[in-house]
Write a protein that binds this ligand. Sequence first.
Ligand SMILES: [Zn+2]
Length: 401
Amino acid sequence: MDANNIESIVKQVLAEMRGSAPAQSSAVSASGAAIPATAKVAMLTQKEHFDIQEYPIPPVGDDDILVKVEGCGVCGTDAHEFKRDPFGLIPVVLGHEGTGEIVKMGKNVKADSAGKPLKLGDKVVTCMIFKDNPDITMFDLNKQNVGGADVYGLLPDDDVHLNGWFSDYLLIRGGSTVFNVSDLDLDSRILIEPCAVLIHAVERAKTTDILRFNSRVVVQGCGPIGLICIAILKTMGIQNIVAVDGEAKRLEFAKEMGASATVNFKDFQGIEALADGVKQAFGGYLADFAFQCTGSPVAHANIYKFIRNGGGLCELGFFINGGDATINPHFDMCSKEITIVGSWVYTLRDYATTFDFLKSAKDIGLPMSKLITHRFPLEQINEALQTNLAMSGLKIAIVNE
Ligand SMILES: [Zn+2]
């Protein structure tokens, strides 16, 4: 019996196993595990409380994909909804930074949103769910960002229930963007969504024409967003990166991510002294370009003092409303001729670019996995969200066994 024969017999046996399996409970996934009849979801049923609930796995339609969830990052947006329900979504299954394995798919599903083939066993992420908006498309750089679009993990509960990545199964319905990311490891896949925010910010920064290989770049704020920003600048070949934060531990990590020097603002009294500290860190020069990665209005006001005449600024720290900042338009903007860009979420194209960034980061040895400081099983999701709110770690993730 030759190899071809064996292969065809195995295929036949597998096909028969699937065909004769009772529809209820023992379909077989690509990895050989049975698909259960029910799935667990973490349902936010009231502020600061998730219940683990179990629902039948619904039929998979011709355009749908059933994914076995491997993990999902906890986002600031999740923490915001968990704490205050500002979006009025309760009851809701949260979690949009998730990834998992295709265990079942409809007969019309052939390729992902970038045209890459899809098969059982592939690892995927989702981005947004298309509403008929022609201004949000994939491969036109000038199209608008996906802010305000529907995403899994921020959908109101419905009869399907499997609407968010804080679960063990997710039903991706036809008309959603889905990407085959089988060539990325689990940690990288969990980090895709926050990294896309930074890919977009750097693309926005590049439109100023100020950011170059030899630019001196200051990154203010070394939470996950600032640290990922530094990593992206490093993969672009930028060498002169000064990180500013108030925590020594985060500044150490900033160095591992590629910062050439760090400034702890707690070591300086007043903004003049701090600006001088940044200048010294660049060897006597102010920054050509600045990324503002904190949600603090004072930090926004301060950052102009770090930038040289004719320099640029990308403000991306205010993902949500953090209040008003006071600047002096004459000294901070006009007389210095600063070019400013704002950045919020990402375009679909940035999302796909992020996959390449994560591969580059790995290639040059940046410790991206260390961004995930806490991992919780789904059953401990309440603790995971409280850990996020306590701001004691960097990225918190739910990881299923
Ligand atoms: Zn997010």
